[in-house]
Write a protein that binds this ligand. Structure first.
Ligand SMILES: [Zn+2]
Length: 390
């Protein structure tokens, strides 16, 4: 690995804007780089995720590294002091949208995998530059995994070079109260769905949520509310809808999160529907992905051999990782939360660096992340203690 080449490649990724569902040109840059580094197989799947595989000389498991290529946009009115797509270097940091979330991680894992000695490699290393994570966590990774069938997954989301062994999940809950319409000059003839929803909201506020030592508290936050018809001219509204954002802890299921609401005794006389929201997103390839917006929390035991080998690999690469959990939701919601494949997180930058004005990544962390990814590959697939340095 060469650090200047790594920095240069990260700059090229940042200079190509790639909001969700428009990642095509970044995918092309990724494919070209994988080919240049001698990956054995390089392709794009039906959603447009770019995937590269390196086959070892020896048999063994498949280790998948995943980084999403989409980024959030530049909020109108937000004032950057650096050019968002300029990939400027200043104060030993690289600036630009996607630097921390997560083009830096993508570049680091892509170069780390490309530098592994294949003659010592027992198994396969795959790098996926997946699409659409910001709008549908796990959706594109599911397609990648169906093809690659990994035994282990590393998610490269920002962890400040710590080892992430869990993550909060998220769900979007739609509640709907059903009343009875009437002329608003005779409200007593109808049942006002807004009044019903006010009772629901009050009752939902009394729900007690659990707490997790690494992930923090579960969350149930009201994010929007609308009545039907809207606007209502001289009519008592018969329907009212509210959306809640729910942050999930390990073990919480769809039945749990909906059941705790619908079984509230205060609501037994209210005509209430509760369901998980659905969404639909079209990839840049034209493929349409539909999703149920329930992304489970996940956890990997610290004693799991994959976690232990990864930890050894990071330490032997000169890092000193703590164990932590992601507070945000990532593609791991699918890889381990749904599919049950042992997954951990490791990446440069901090969660708080994501989605911000003047997003940046420290060049030192970028380099250390690449050494760490290489260390994980060597302990998991080569059975050797890494001796990586720049
Ligand atoms: Zn991310």
């Amino acid at each position: 690995m060469n650090k200047n080449t790594l920095i240069d490649f990260t700059q090229r990724l940042i200079r190509q804007p790639s909001p969700s569902c428009q990642e095509g040109s970044v995918a092309q840059i990724v494919l070209d780089e994988m080919k240049r580094l001698g990956y054995d197989r390089v392709w794009v799947d039906e959603n447009g995720s770019a995937i590269g595989m390196i086959e070892g000389a020896l048999p063994g498991p498949t280790l998948l590294f995943d980084a999403h290529t989409d980024t959030v946009g530049i909020a109108p009115g937000s004032v950057w002091t650096r050019e968002p797509f300029g990939a400027e270097i200043a104060d030993a940091c690289l600036y630009g949208r996607g630097a921390a979330d997560m083009k830096g991680a993508l570049a680091a894992m892509l170069h780390a995998a490309g530098s592994v000695d294949k003659s010592k490699l027992g198994g396969k290393v795959v790098v996926s530059a997946s699409v659409m994570e910001e709008v549908y966590e796990g959706g594109a990774l599911k397609t990648v995994m169906a093809e690659v069938k990994p035994d282990f997954v590393v998610i490269g989301e920002a962890s400040e070079l710590n080892l992430v062994l869990g993550g909060r999940g998220r769900a979007e809950i739609h509640l709907e109260t059903i009343g009875k319409p009437s002329h608003s000059s005779s409200p007593h003839l109808g049942v006002n769905a807004i009044h019903l929803m006010m009772k629901v909201i009050q009752a939902v506020d009394t729900i007690e949520l659990g707490e997790h030592p690494l992930m923090g508290p579960g969350i149930l936050a009201l994010t929007d509310i609308i009545s039907e018809p809207y606007p209502a001219y001289s009519v008592i509204p018969a329907r009212c809808k509210a959306t809640y954002d729910r942050r999930l802890l390990p073990g919480e299921t769809v039945e749990d999160v909906l059941g705790v609401i619908t079984s509230l005794p205060e609501l037994k006389d209210i005509n209430l529907n509760a369901k998980i929201a659905e969404g639909e997103h079209q990839a840049y390839t034209g493929k349409v992905l539909t999703c149920n917006k329930f992304f489970p929390a996940w956890e990997l035991e610290e004693s799991h051999p994959f976690a232990q080998k990864a930890l050894n690999g990071l330490r032997a690469s000169g890092l000193d990782p703590d164990m932590k959990a992601y507070r945000f939701c990532t593609n791991a919601a699918y890889s381990i939360g749904e599919a049950g494949i042992p997954t951990l997180g490791f990446g440069p930058g901090a969660e708080s660096d994501a989605h911000v004005v003047d997003e940046k990544i420290s060049l030192d962390e970028l380099g250390k992340a690449a050494l760490g990814y290489k260390g994980i590959i060597e302990t998991v697939l080569c059975g050797v203690m890494p001796q990586n340095k720049w």
